[in-house]
Design a protein around this ligand. Structure first.
Ligand code: PA5
Length: 463
């Protein structure tokens, strides 16, 4: 099981001004946490609560269908191309980057055990889209278009371009190179899929994009590149069982949620940094940034009060960002909680050869890079404590499907608990709608004519 060490967020280590008396706080919030966890588990099966993601680890049916389809298309495609944005892409990116062999797309077919390469188009940069489509052999590419709403402009515009190119290359048979993951009944992509005869998978009801990584949204691409989705599911189930424990002393998601909430509301730490000391976990920070920001950044609480709350998530990477951000973290404003992620056992043990005797670097010879990266994590954490900066450390025994799934699921539950502590709706995102509507207006979508006029006048005024 993954572990959480919160010692360096405690006042005993970093002082009264910046630290929390965690034992006292855990006791103070004990009953509230019991209520929150019991309530989340009670509500998770009810419609409209957006908590169905808590059941994804137990969805045998989806696992079966995903594995069946992956087995059916095995060997047919050289490339998987995932089209999606936000919650429809970030989980897939985070997990494939963590679990596939490094530089997967550069490996030979043999080195990939015959499994396809995987590409994610999660933006609408024309150069990148065109550049990728120019190098992919579309005949040998399976396109997985993922959008819960079925109408997201970024994803659907990519899909329109890709479909057109596929159809030109393959004629009517192009449909066998497309698999759509979308809502089971509604949305334009569902209609198109039915008309065109695409294979489809479902984004389940009551699972928001940023909580969908262990639905078919993530599981399908994972299975298509040969990742062990049963191992991930086992990780989720074991973590889910552990996080059902209503005692905060035994529940790491509740502990980290409360620490972040109190650091924000009592100590003015309104930034949450995610800093894995593992390049393979780099995109976990991107995924976390969306989860934390979109879930907790809200202007109203559940009682309708204006609150404008939410910590700003920051992505960092150890040890790389020790040479870029740590100066600020140590000496700049003391307004952050820093989450270290530490890996106990890397797949590789990489020895540094003893080839130089210079005092400045000779000490490295005979040690391993593994020792170095973990020494840097420990050293940075202690240095931050010397500057009275709060950190927590999440430790993974290794980067495998079991541990990575546990980590993501733990962070999802942590987010849900934090949302309850803030008393906000964790699962909506009204703040992204305004810019979307303006985009529709600018792009001439029918029904948005009035918005287009208002927007034009605002843009002129701004200039
Ligand atoms: O978490 C979310 O709900 C969002 O980030 C969505 O995933 C994102 O906006 C994409 O939406 P859709 O899957 O409908 O295309």
């Amino acid at each position: 099981m993954i572990k959480l060490n919160y010692k360096n967020a405690d006042a005993l280590v970093i002082g009264e001004e910046n630290g929390l008396h965690l034992e006292a706080e855990f006791n103070e919030y004990k009953d509230k946490i019991v209520h929150i966890i019991a309530d989340l588990n009670k509500r998770k099966d009810k419609n409209g609560q957006w908590l169905q993601w808590m059941n994804l680890g137990y969805n045998e049916e989806t696992l079966w269908y995903v594995k069946e389809y992956a087995a059916m298309v095995k060997g047919r495609f050289e490339n998987i191309l995932v089209l999606g944005i936000g919650g429809s892409a970030l989980g897939g990116l985070a997990v494939t980057e963590a679990l596939l062999k490094p530089y997967w797309n550069l490996l030979s077919e043999e080195q990939r055990n015959g499994m396809p390469r995987i590409f994610f188009l999660d933006n609408i940069d024309p150069d990148t889209i065109n550049g990728l489509l120019d190098i992919l052999d579309l005949e040998k590419t399976l396109v997985n278009v993922i959008t819960k709403s079925g109408s997201t402009a970024e994803t659907m515009s990519q899909f329109m371009i890709v479909k057109d190119r596929l159809e030109k290359a393959l004629g009517d048979n192009y449909r066998y190179n497309v698999v759509a993951t979308t809502d089971k009944k509604t949305g334009i992509l569902r209609q198109i899929a039915e008309q065109e005869g695409y294979k489809t998978f479902v984004v389940p009801d009551d699972v928001g994009g940023r909580f969908s990584v262990f639905s078919a949204v993530g599981l399908l691409p994972f299975a298509l590149v040969g990742l062990d989705i049963d191992e991930m599911t086992n990780g989720i189930k074991d973590m889910d069982l552990a996080l059902k424990n209503t005692d905060i002393h035994n529940n790491i998601a509740a502990q980290n949620a409360l620490i972040h909430y109190l650091m924000d509301t009592k100590k003015g730490k309104n930034i949450s940094v995610m800093m894995p000391y593992s390049s393979r976990l780099k995109y976990v920070s991107d995924w976390y940034a969306q989860l934390w920001a979109e879930s907790l950044g809200k202007n109203k609480d559940k009682d309708g009060n204006d609150v404008h709350i939410g910590q700003t998530p920051v992505k960092a990477l150890g040890a790389t960002d020790q040479h870029s951000q740590i100066q600020l973290y140590n000496e700049g404003p003391n307004n952050k909680v820093i989450n270290f992620i530490r890996v106990e056992n890397f797949d590789t043990t990489l020895e540094i050869p003893n080839i130089f005797e210079y005092t400045g670097i000779g000490y490295l010879g005979g040690k391993t890079i593994n020792q170095l990266i973990n020494a840097e994590a420990d050293a940075t954490r202690v240095a931050l404590a010397d500057y009275n900066r709060p950190t927590v450390t999440i430790t993974l025994e290794k980067v495998d499907g079991y541990n990575v799934a546990q980590l993501l699921y733990m962070l999802e539950v942590q987010t849900a608990i934090a949302g309850e502590l803030y008393n906000i709706d964790t699962f909506n995102q009204p703040g992204v709608e305004q810019a979307k509507n303006y985009t529709y207006a600018l792009m001439g979508r029918k029904g948005y004519e009035e918005s287009a006029q208002i927007l034009q006048s605002k843009m002129t005024a701004a200039v």
